[in-house]
Design a protein around this ligand. Structure first.
Ligand code: FES
Length: 161
């Protein structure tokens, strides 16, 4: 699919600013992609193209890195990424019922994003807080001891952020 010139132009300025902050050296590619993604939790095709141009490296290399690491997404995602732990301690303490409650409250399935681009549901492995399982991480914040009843409260906290 062709990319509109406006999309490329609007990505160019931001990407150039970020690349100039670190230097166009491939060793900084992970950090550069992290910063480029920070505005909307995803990397658009226009942004990937501009990163490749600004760093003078093949687009396939940039795309390969962006799709290899789970911290990046080339699919549009929401403002809030809800990462629900699916490792064993969370699983046995009720993660599945918490997942169902999030899916129901948001009207989406795991891996999907709400139409208003506010919330994305994703799985994650252990968050390192098994003592308060089941746990989820929403952007940089961890919520533990979750039950289906607490899901609406957690979502409301995000809405008011
Ligand atoms: S298993 Fe879920 S936080 Fe460790």
């Amino acid at each position: 699919m062709a990319i509109a010139k406006e999309q490329l132009d609007s990505a160019e300025k931001r990407v150039l600013q970020i690349v100039s902050r670190y230097g166009a050296n491939e060793e900084h590619l992970l950090q550069i992609l992290h910063d480029v993604q920070a505005d909307d939790n995803s990397l658009s095709e226009a942004e990937l193209i501009q990163v490749a141009r600004a760093m003078d490296i093949p687009l396939s290399r940039v795309y390969g890195v962006a799709t290899f690491y789970s911290m990046y997404s080339v699919r549009p995602r929401g403002k809030f990424i809800i990462r629900i732990c699916e490792s064993a301690p969370c699983h046995i303490t009720g993660a599945q019922s918490v997942i169902r409650a999030f899916e129901q409250a948001l009207g989406i399935k795991m891996g999907e994003t709400t139409k208003d681009r506010k919330f994305t549901l994703e799985y994650t492995s252990c968050l390192g807080v098994c003592g308060v399982a089941p746990a989820v991480m929403i952007n940089d914040r961890v919520y533990g001891n979750l039950t289906p009843d607490k899901v609406q409260e957690v979502l409301s906290a995000c809405e008011n952020d």
